[in-house]
Design a protein around this ligand. Structure first.
Ligand SMILES: [Zn+2]
Length: 151
């Protein structure tokens, strides 16, 4: 499909740094030319040489995760220069704590309702029983029904 006579377009890093993208370029697998902003952000926050150093230090199978982490942190840092992604983390942590409290309160409500449900149902049951058939249950029907029919 790809003709070998065409040289590959430089990766986003090499294009940004205006240098020739060599076949063993450390950036090329992680900074494709279609995503120029990804490298621009990472370079602005961490510096290309630091990123290159870091990529050489980590195992090849960890490099993609490392780059994604750097790109995420760089984007967050650009949006929030003071807190970076720590800002997002603490917002989410507060949200988790709030939702946990809400869940606890809801569970407590549910517990209360299920505990109150049985006595309430019994009270209603007794009241309904009085209206309908408590005489029938507590007195012999033979005594009750004839007396009503007789009156
Ligand atoms: Zn390159």
């Amino acid at each position: 499909m790809a003709s070998s006579s065409y040289s590959n377009p430089p990766c986003a890093a090499c294009k940004f740094l205006r240098r020739k993208c060599m076949p063993n370029c450390i950036f090329a697998p992680y900074f494709p030319p279609e995503e120029p902003q990804k490298f621009a952000n990472v370079h602005k926050i961490f510096g290309a040489s630091n990123v290159s150093k870091l990529l050489h230090e980590v195992q090849p199978h960890q490099r993609e995760d490392a780059v994604n982490s750097l790109a995420y942190e760089a984007e967050a840092r650009l949006k929030d220069p003071v807190y970076g992604c720590v800002g997002a983390i603490s917002v989410l942590q507060r949200q988790v704590i709030r939702l946990q409290r809400e869940l606890e309160a809801t569970n407590a409500d549910l517990n209360r309702y299920t505990c109150n449900e049985m006595p309430t149902a019994n009270q209603f049951g007794r009241r309904i029983g009085h209206a309908n058939d408590s005489y029938g249950h507590h007195q012999t029907p033979g005594l009750y029904y004839p007396s009503q029919w007789n009156n």
